[in-house]
Design a protein around this ligand. Sequence first.
Ligand SMILES: [Mn+2]
Length: 184
Amino acid sequence: MHFARFIRAHEAEQICGDAIRVISKENLHTVAVIDGLGHGREANRAAQAADETVRELATQPPSLILKGCHQALQGTRGAAIGIMQLKDCQGSFAGVGNVEVRAKSRKPIKIISFPGIVGHNIRKIQEFEFIYNPGDLICMFSDGIGSRISLDEVDPKNLEESAQQLGLSYGRNYDDASLVLILC
Ligand SMILES: [Mn+2]
């Protein structure tokens, strides 16, 4: 499993309100894309609180990690968060708010992030399960990345470079932008 990420702050900010965390423990990989609401210092504070929770709960199922984040983010601005776990060709995902997933995979990966703000109002946390195969390509990204993003441009042999190119091509300057590429 290989990972490559792109992350950059809103053009007027020094500090980023998005965060990406990848944690691998043996063959269990937990990937989080966190978008603190808005941008700047308060967005960063919310994202860091979520990141800390993801690190603490990394081996728990995505829905429980999200619930943990919901508690940890009380009193912050809140965040949109997507959590994916990958283990032995079985994947699961739970998300709240605008975190999207694209995949170039042998079997379609159908995933929905539900509306809401982690830390404020979560109407529903649902875990989606899917099958992945070695060589499948998955991208998770915040809404600072345009949803026209296409994985056709990704070169699996140059994953790091591809992540930077995607981020620069599709990133919106007026929001924090982050994406993570996963080569299964
Ligand atoms: Mn955003």
